[in-house]
Design a protein around this ligand. Structure first.
Ligand SMILES: Nc1nc2c(ncn2[C@@H]2O[C@H](COP(=O)(O)OP(=O)(O)OP(=O)(O)O)[C@@H](O)[C@H]2O)c(=O)[nH]1
Ligand SMILES: [Mg+2]
Length: 323
């Protein structure tokens, strides 16, 4: 594979090449690491937005409208939709979910869905890697759409510069969101489906929760924006709040701090996953082949066996060094 050509064409924002690079990332092709290495120097320019919230809140509809809004301002937008299709619901539950074909047909907008199905925790890593491809390709904005239910979805939201949490007027949504940890990651809130009754109460509920949080005059105070996404209402307010947050971040050290933390977290995750897969490959399966039965029979415990796997791995390292 011609990595230089790939790199070149990514930077030319060639759609087919980008799609190909994203497939490499998603399938964890061995060349991915080299690719990400090489594109890193061209990243850091895109502004990353996270749109998260409960299933069916209107995240895709909103993302679609926001992309069109940004496009009108002359911006280019890449969307990474983390697809909640799980082997359990098979998507049937979310029968009416919006496919973002609308904005997807526009020049300067690129949409990529990443499936949750069959991905064991590596999803946030893949989504972040995919964002790097878009970043290197020179997109102005990268939007992650995730369902705010699982840890890896929260991780993706944390990988954004600004994260908006989308709620709907139905009573209790704000409380549910708070329980799910969504309140901590939100830089601002969107109460979508404001055409339905109770939107004003929902806005007040979120504001009340926000007031309870510790804050001073210098800290960021998230706003709560009302939208009717399918009617394209309130998108200007979403954009305004995005800009207000970006300006806030950039007016002090928070912006670089956020990115520093993000880099740190990412490096930590890479180290974790590399170490885990190395130990597992060199020792895990081998030890399990002889010891798993002991755990099942009660002769040993999972902790014992885990220690055995690590010890076995360390011994194999010594053997290599002594050779
Ligand atoms: N009444 C009303 N319906 C809306 C609004 N925004 C979106 N919808 C509808 O809500 C349904 C779900 O919208 P989606 O955009 O797919 O929601 P989502 O949050 O992306 O859903 P998942 O990705 O499946 O979690 C669709 O039928 C939309 O047309 C709104 O402001 N008002
Ligand atoms: Mg969606």
């Amino acid at each position: 594979m011609q990595i230089d050509k790939l790199l070149d064409d990514i930077q030319k924002r060639d759609k087919r090449t980008i799609a190909r690079a994203l497939s490499l990332v998603e399938s964890e092709h061995p060349i991915t690491e080299t690719l990400l290495d090489r594109i890193h120097q061209f990243t850091g320019n895109a502004y990353r937005i996270g749109i998260t919230g409960p299933p069916g809140a209107g995240k895709s509809t909103l993302t679609n409208q926001l992309a069109k809004y940004l496009r009108k301002l002359g911006k280019t937008i890449a969307i990474i939709a983390v697809d909640p299709t799980s082997p359990f619901t098979g998507g049937a539950l979310l029968g009416d979910r919006v496919r973002m074909t609308d904005a997807g047909n526009m020049e300067g907008v690129f949409i990529r869905s990443m499936a949750t199905r069959g991905s064991l925790g590596g999803l946030s890593k893949k989504a972040i890697d995919a964002a790097d491809v878009f970043d290197a390709a020179g997109f102005d904005y990268i939007i992650y759409e995730t369902v705010g239910v699982g840890q890896s979805e929260l991780d993706i939201a944390k990988a954004a510069d600004t994260t908006a949490v989308v709620l709907v007027p139905e009573s209790g949504d704000a409380v549910q969101a708070m329980k799910a940890g969504l309140m901590e990651i939100a830089d601002f809130y969107i109460v979508n489906k404001a055409d339905r009754p109770g939107s004003e109460q929902a806005v007040s509920a979120v504001k009340t929760i926000l007031m309870l949080r510790a804050h001073d005059e210098h800290s960021w105070m998230p706003d709560v924006v009302k939208t009717v996404a399918h009617e394209n209402k309130g998108i200007d307010l979403v954009y305004k709040e995005l800009q207000r947050h970006e300006a806030h971040l950039k007016s002090n050290r928070q912006f670089s701090l956020r990115r520093e933390n993000r880099a740190k977290e990412r490096i930590r995750e890479i180290v974790f996953s590399k170490i885990v897969s190395e130990i597992w490959e060199k020792s895990g399966e081998q030890v399990l082949a002889t010891s798993l039965k002991k755990a099942i029979d009660g002769e040993s415990s999972p902790y014992n066996i885990a220690d055995e796997i690590i010890q076995n791995y360390k011994s194999s390292l010594k053997e290599v060094n002594n050779d």
